[in-house]
Design a protein. Structure first.
Ligand SMILES: O=c1ccn([C@@H]2O[C@H](COP(=O)(O)O)[C@@H](O)[C@H]2O)c(=O)[nH]1
Length: 287
């Protein structure tokens, strides 16, 4: 088992909890993305009741096969307050079942507003509190400080966008060549993770499974970043577990592969969802 690391307030850090979950279960995160087309194919309404049934079914099916689940916040938000109430229930149900959560909210703003986002997603007692949240560093990595500090205080974590899985991301993230925007974000995350020594830090990055040779082209050292790497792009976006191993090389042990639509398309049967998640997990484990 990985070494247990404590955060500022003396609780087990997010990085330590995630490392333990990845060691116990494997490097799979399942995305909970209740797209309208999926709700329809599951025979559910595109409404709060449909969202609730969809999300709790996914959790029941894959909770024991996933180191974490990642609800896509936008797909709850499009239902307004009723959708956000369902998201609160899903986050609470995952916590009850001791499945780690990554709220895929991609928040980012000036520091004073960022503090409010941090309160929503990372503060004890918030109805939306998750184990971790995705953040956008477009206003500058340091603008994320309120979330970085609150996460470190509360045993929670963040995943900062570095190299996203969509082809358009390169037009911003690759700028600067060997001193690229993405490399600067990676270095800033590495600096945050120094407090955790050689253990997995609580400041992770999002790097798409689809980025090909970008890591070596841009000279990005994810191993030295010492944090978890959330890698979307498996399945529906075309990447395979073998691509992940090739793309991440020596940093592969830090990588949490995440897949949504490819697995979700096998619902609503619990068995279909579980088999799809198991196939992805086997691929990620190299079995
Ligand atoms: O670079 C990124 C960052 C986040 N995502 C999110 O991950 C899932 C992927 O869903 P699939 O159905 O497996 O394609 C989705 O919620 C995205 O918003 C990403 O794809 N790429």
């Amino acid at each position: 088992m990985p070494e247990q690391v404590l955060d500022t307030a003396g609780r087990e850090s997010f990085g330590s909890r995630l490392a333990a979950a990845m060691a116990a279960v494997g490097p799979l995160c399942v995305g909970i993305d209740p797209h309208p087309a999926l709700l329809q194919s599951w025979g559910l309404g595109d409404d709060a009741a449909g969202l609730r049934r969809f999300s709790l079914t996914v959790l029941e099916a894959v909770g024991s096969l996933a180191a974490a689940v990642k609800p896509q916040v936008a797909l709850y938000e499009r239902h307004g307050s009723a959708g956000m109430a369902v998201l609160e229930e899903v986050l609470a149900a995952a916590a009850q079942e001791q499945v780690l959560t990554i709220a895929d909210a991609k928040r980012g703003d000036i520091g004073s507003t960022m503090a409010a986002y941090a309160d929503a997603w990372l503060r004890d007692g918030s109805s939306l509190a998750a184990d971790s949240v995705t953040l956008s560093p477009y206003l500058g990595f340091e603008s994320l400080r309120p979330a970085l500090d609150l996460a470190a205080l509360n045993g929670r974590g963040v995943f900062v966008l570095a190299l996203t899985s969509n082809p358009e991301g390169a037009s911003v993230q690759h700028l600067g060549g060997t001193d690229s925007v993405a490399k600067r974000i990676t270095e800033a995350a590495a600096a945050e993770n120094r407090r955790y020594g050689d253990s997995l830090g609580s400041v992770g990055l999002v790097v798409g499974a689809t980025v090909g040779s970008a890591l070596s082209d841009l000279g990005m050292d994810l191993k030295a970043m010492h944090g978890p790497v959330l890698a979307p792009g498996l399945g529906a976006q075309g990447a395979t577990p073998a691509d992940l191993r090739k793309t991440f090389g020596p940093a592969y042990p830090q990588v949490l592969g995440t897949s949504s639509r490819e697995i979700l398309a096998e619902g609503p049967a619990i068995r279909g969802l579980r088999e799809a998640a198991q196939r992805t997990l086997d691929g990620l484990r190299g079995e």
